[in-house]
Write a protein that binds this ligand. Structure first.
Ligand code: FE
Ligand code: FE
Length: 407
């Protein structure tokens, strides 16, 4: 660990994010960082056009910026920083930080990240560069989580020379996607966002779905998408896809999740699977998706990442929860959302599957305790991968370790 005790530079927290919309948990995270680390200020940095997303319309960026400004205008230590949205070339965190360090040599930056990001940090672009001359603050959710994070922090400190500190946060369970969903359903969001932001959203009719871009999970589009996929997939893959879709619906019924969203995610989860491997690589390269060495050697592993990309770009699906469920359906990840778990489990247990061990048991378990079913699948998967000479995606193992301690 590096020590910045005698450092005379100003201490600036950096909080990146989509802020779509900014909400009270973002603000409380910024406040905690400010207080716990005696920062001079926290800069809020909205992403303009993150690499995994297709073009975001400028009006959306400007709405997001306006909401940030409204949310922070009465808090002097919170500042809006317009770097990523105005300069198109900064797609990655390391580029942004490099730029900030060069532009403000008299400042020491504290990069604030959510709890789950820490576990994905190895997969980020240039973690060494991010770690260099910058402190990373990782939010801790609860006590049990803290123990696990400590181990990860130690590992990352050794690997990348990072200086990572844990940031205690009140357990505030707010997600932007949930806010968007509530607004689309006409539910109340007060208490989740500052009053000024709520007013702004209302005045501008944001997230109401009226512009037809927030959610495409209506029955008609599922029907259209089904037709599209049938043309592109071979018969057995299509049958599997439909099996997963209905399995997702059944699990959504059991666990009280939005049925149509679950079906949409199930339907689209393998949308990139039937693309020939060479084309998978080429498409990923052309669109600047990150490709790990493992994926380069085994391009079929790209189909989840690529699927999320195609779902957005080609099939016009904007719902981030659905896109994330596609993105993580092969490996899982620590801290999965309910929809991610539903798709992951459904993919494994749909009726056409017959090769995996313990299927009867796992199928039953899936309707009794989703987390236990998830853990069983991860356990069997890691074991299976250990036996064969297939290379395991590190993240599958990390997910397994995570859920061993979280179920
Ligand atoms: Fe798949
Ligand atoms: Fe699948």
């Amino acid at each position: 660990m590096k020590h910045y005790m005698d450092d005379k530079r100003k201490k600036i927290g950096i909080m990146g994010g989509t802020f779509d919309p900014i909400h009270n948990a973002h603000l409380s995270l910024a406040e905690q960082a400010y207080r716990q680390f005696s920062l001079d200020a926290v800069w809020m940095l909205p992403n303009g056009n993150p690499p995994h997303k297709s073009e975001i319309r400028q009006e959306d960026v400007s709405h997001r910026i306006r909401m940030i400004q409204l949310a922070i205008e009465d808090t002097p230590y919170l500042k809006f920083c317009n770097l990523e949205t105005s300069r198109k070339e900064y797609h990655y965190t390391f580029e942004t930080l490099q730029h900030l360090k060069a532009a403000y040599p008299n400042m020491l930056f504290y990069f604030i990240m959510g709890a789950d990001s820490l576990f994905e940090f190895d997969a980020w672009r240039e973690p060494e560069i991010i770690s260099r001359d910058c402190v990373i603050l990782a939010a801790v959710r609860d006590h049990r989580h803290r123990e696990q994070m400590k181990a990860k922090v130690e590992e990352l400190e050794q690997r990348f020379g990072a200086d990572i500190r844990l940031l205690d946060t009140p357990n505030m369970d707010i997600a932007s996607s949930e806010i968007r969903r509530k607004i689309a359903c006409g539910e109340d969001i007060s208490g989740m966002v500052p009053p000024k932001v709520a007013d702004y959203i209302k005045k501008n009719a944001l997230y109401t779905g009226g512009r037809g871009r927030m959610h495409r999970s209506d029955a008609l589009s599922i029907r259209d998408l089904k037709k599209e996929l049938e043309k592109e997939m071979d018969e057995s893959r299509f049958e599997h896809t439909i099996g997963v879709m209905y399995m997702c619906a059944a699990l959504a019924m059991r666990y009280g999740y939005d049925l149509e969203k679950a079906m949409l995610a199930g339907l689209m989860h393998d949308c990139a699977k039937c693309m020939p491997n060479a084309k998978k690589l080429k498409t990923a390269e052309k669109n600047h998706l990150e490709i790990t060495d493992l994926e380069r050697r085994n391009p079929f592993m790209l189909h989840a990442k690529l699927g999320a990309f195609l779902a957005r770009k080609k099939y016009d699906i904007e719902d981030q929860e659905v896109l994330d469920a596609i993105r993580w359906h092969t490996t899982g990840r620590p801290g999965m959302t309910l929809l991610e778990k539903i798709v992951y489990v459904a993919d494994y247990i749909e009726p056409k599957r017959d090769k995996a061990p313990n299927l009867t048991q796992i199928r039953q378990l899936a309707f009794e305790d989703l987390n236990m079913a998830l853990l069983r699948i991860l356990e069997d998967t890691v074991e299976y991968l250990d036996q064969g000479d297939d290379e395991t995606d590190d993240i599958t193992r990390q997910t397994y370790e995570y859920y061993k301690n979280h179920v």
